[in-house]
Design a protein around this ligand. Structure first.
Ligand code: PXL
Length: 273
């Protein structure tokens, strides 16, 4: 039987983020992808590729989740961009009725096209309603500072400390991604995981940075690859290690477009690696 993973996320039409990336990543990992759409992001090429954000009606999100989970019993789900408090409410309800082995949350906090007021409501709802349901959370540098309430992340010890703070909101594992904003030559991710007995295990994953430019889709690919690994029954550290390889190889083979940024090529990651 093929391994299955479910994703609840937004569409980003250029293929550089969102559910397009999630499903490509699942496929590359040999995992059958099932997906429900929360919103549609259409970049505006006539206005600096600004985000035009269109939420999907909550009732339609609920119908998609109903259909996907009536058809399949995926053991894991990845939550990507939600975008509005009413979307968060619907997804929270849908998750509460299911027993997933893992709920991987990529806490996408802001999308440029949104009003700051609306984004603040969304951040609060994400923190209060979705994080407690998560087993694994993958915040980037900015999201970590926001969720942990810290001003800066300058050392690996800072990444660990922030991960420990986010762990208190309920998930069993937090992977803090230093990314290009973290000082130094390396792309560092710190996994802070609460073990069954209650002890906290900390592991540092590090590879040399490939340039200093942000590559679109790195965060989505990373969380989706972790989700696929967990769907296969791997441990969280094993899933993270493979996801990091997937992203690193995808960044090395990145795809250029007429956008001001390049995007990860998920197809660069070999299934045998
Ligand atoms: O990378 C965050 C992200 C996730 N999901 C969608 C997006 C973006 C960023 O643009 O558009 C749909």
């Amino acid at each position: 039987m093929v391994d299955l993973a479910f994703v609840i996320a937004g569409s980003e039409a250029t293929g550089g983020a969102g559910i397009q990336v999630d499903l490509k990543t699942f496929q590359q990992m040999g995992v059958y992808g099932v997906g429900a759409l929360t919103c549609i992001v259409a970049f505006d090429p006539g206005n600096g590729w600004a985000h035009r954000f269109h939420p999907v009606e909550p009732g339609i999100i609920a119908e998609q989740i109903e259909a996907a989970l009536a058809a399949h019993e995926p053991p894991v789900v990845k939550i990507g961009m939600l975008g509005t408090p009413s979307t968060i409410e619907v997804v929270e309800k849908a998750l509460a009725g299911q027993a997933f082995r893992h709920v991987v949350v990529d806490p996408v906090l802001i999308c440029k096209g949104q009003e700051p007021g609306a984004a603040l409501d969304t951040d609060t709802a994400l923190r209060e309603r979705i994080l407690p349901l998560a087993t694994v959370v993958t915040p980037n540098n900015f999201e970590t500072r926001t969720l942990a309430g810290v001003d800066s992340l300058d050392t690996v010890a800072d990444l660990e400390e922030a991960g420990r703070l986010i762990l208190k909101s309920g998930p069993s594992a937090v992977i803090v991604k230093g990314g290009v904003d973290f000082p130094g030559p390396d792309a560092i991710d710190v996994l802070v995981q609460r073990l069954d007995g209650g002890a906290v295990d900390v592991r540092v994953f590090s590879v040399p940075k490939i340039g200093e430019e942000r590559v679109s889709g790195a965060g989505c690919t990373f969380a989706a690859a972790i989700t696929a690994g967990l769907a296969k029954g791997w441990s969280v550290p094993d899933a993270v290690a493979t996801a990091k390889k997937h992203v690193t190889e995808g960044i090395m083979a990145r795809v250029s477009a007429r956008t001001p940024f390049t995007t990860v090529w998920q197809g660069a990651f070999g299934p045998d690696q």
